[in-house]
Design a protein around this ligand. Structure first.
Ligand SMILES: [Zn+2]
Length: 472
């Protein structure tokens, strides 16, 4: 009889396509067998998951870990600890660090840091600003490039020079060059020209606080987002380069996405938890000011966002985990443009989504698809995101019925605060397993820095179809 390294007994396994009562058997780092629930099996270690749900670990393809350069906010160890406590087993880092990974040498430096310090599996999204660097960077096993169309005004972070591009010609060149690598290009859509005009209006009227900042970014029903996405979709169509849209939040973007997908364009999109649970309530913005801002998502967008999450127009949920210190948020009460924008969420987004299951907004199968199966598929992680024999044993065991109150006291992120404090949430992550190793259990991070490996893509990385039109 086979002796397994670990058997998770008595739980209900959840995949994107359904639920089964089964025991999950692991050898070394992989899922070795799905056993009949209660079957006799020899195991070196067992975890009793009776009454619990066993999910594929979440894959967060968009997280700001702040190292190197901004480790007063967060570092790789604290970010991946918070992620482990939230049921996340793979986290992709964003490139707005110092120095940004926009050259091979800088990327290599970052990969070496993650190799030593990450508790969970990881990758780094390289900054797509210097096209002649793309082929060599792609060869390092990254899963995506990232470009910000936004450049900060009134502050120098989080959208500092060296990672942002808003000239359309330059963007076209970046799409062409990323297309040669076959990897997807993640873009933060933003129309800087429109934003400059809009914010000048606010400033001339003397409106500068967090509320003004919130309204400026959502002005004219999301015009800065909608126009940027129109440009990006047209460039995507021209080049054929896979586009992954970040920060989906307006009905206008959702409609454009529907049309582009219906036309067969290679576009995927994500929504971030702040658009569903935080920035979509004006009362919260009045109460928390800049602490609630990533962005204000006017309330009438909430229902279209849930519809798009359920019907597949939005492919996945990633966190946009963006920790900033209280000192960096506090100026927002008088000047929203001075406060660093972004909100932390990696520790709580899975519980918030499980709570949404209880509220009837989404099914647990769809949650698994959005946080695990789809990110693995879109970014080519062939052995992740599913509970199948041969896959990496990346697992989150959750108690769907237990509830807890989110509070600053339990935050593992270095900043020590969360904008979700005070929310009571039904759905508790009890255990997180990365490639067969328990990294989080019963309130304690037990994983070790350096256990995490780079989650390299397979099956993407070369062009699968020609562009729809030529470049001449
Ligand atoms: Zn982000």
């Amino acid at each position: 009889m086979t002796t397994y390294d670990l058997v998770i007994r008595g739980g209900t396994l959840v995949t994107a396509s359904g639920r089964t009562l089964a025991d999950l058997a692991i050898i070394d780092t992989r899922i070795a067998a799905l056993l009949e629930s209660g079957a006799d099996a020899s195991a070196k270690r067992t975890i009793d998951a009776t009454g619990r749900h066993v999910l594929p670990g979440a894959i967060d393809v968009h997280s700001h870990h702040r190292e190197p350069g901004f480790t007063h906010k967060e570092d790789i160890v604290t970010a991946t600890s918070a992620a482990a406590a939230g049921g996340v087993t793979t986290s992709f880092a964003m490139p707005n660090v110092q120095p940004p990974p926009n050259t091979l040498e800088r990327l290599d430096g970052m990969l070496a840091l993650y190799d030593q310090r990450s508790i969970i599996d990881w990758n780094v999204n390289a900054a797509a600003t210097i096209p002649d660097q793309f082929p060599s960077m792609a060869s390092r096993g990254i899963a995506a490039f990232k470009v910000f169309m936004v450049v900060d005004t009134g502050r120098d972070y989080p959208h500092m020079p060296g990672i942002g591009v808003h000239d359309h010609g330059e963007l076209l060149g970046i799409f062409e060059a990323v297309g040669e690598t076959g990897l997807p290009l993640m873009v933060h859509p933003h129309d800087q020209g429109l934003m400059s005009h809009i914010e000048q209006g606010y400033w001339q009227r003397g409106e500068r606080d967090a509320r003004a900042y919130a309204r400026a970014y959502s002005a004219y029903d999301g015009i800065i987002w909608d126009t940027a996405v129109a440009v990006l979709l047209r460039i995507q169509q021209a080049t054929g380069t896979p586009l992954h849209l970040l920060h989906t939040q307006s009905s206008g973007v959702i409609e454009q996405l529907r049309r582009a997908k219906a036309a067969g364009q290679r576009v995927t999109a994500e929504v971030n938890p702040w658009a569903l649970f935080l920035g979509n309530d004006w009362a919260t913005i009045e109460r928390l000011g800049s602490y609630a801002l990533s962005y204000y998502v006017p309330e009438h967008n909430t229902e279209p966002l849930w519809t798009a999450l359920n019907d597949g127009t939005i492919d996945l949920v990633s966190t946009d985990h963006a920790p900033h210190t209280r000192d960096e948020k506090e100026p927002g009460w008088t000047d929203g443009w001075k406060a660093h924008t972004g909100t932390p969420s990696t520790q709580f987004y899975v519980p918030l989504l499980l709570d949404a299951v209880h509220r009837g907004l989404i099914s647990i199968e769809r949650v698994v698809e959005l946080v695990a199966t789809a990110p693995a598929r879109v970014f080519g992680l062939a052995r992740k995101g599913r509970l199948e024999v041969g896959c990496d044993a990346d697992i989150a065991i959750v108690d769907l019925e237990a509830d807890f109150e989110i509070s600053d006291d339990i935050v593992l992120s270095k900043i020590g605060w969360t904008p979700y404090a005070g929310s009571r949430v039904r759905g508790v992550v009890e255990t997180t397993i990365v490639r067969g190793q328990v990294v989080y259990q019963d309130g304690h991070v037990v994983g070790q820095p350096g256990w995490g490996r780079q989650a390299r893509p397979e099956g993407i990385g070369k062009r699968e179809q020609p562009p729809t039109s030529s470049k001449e």
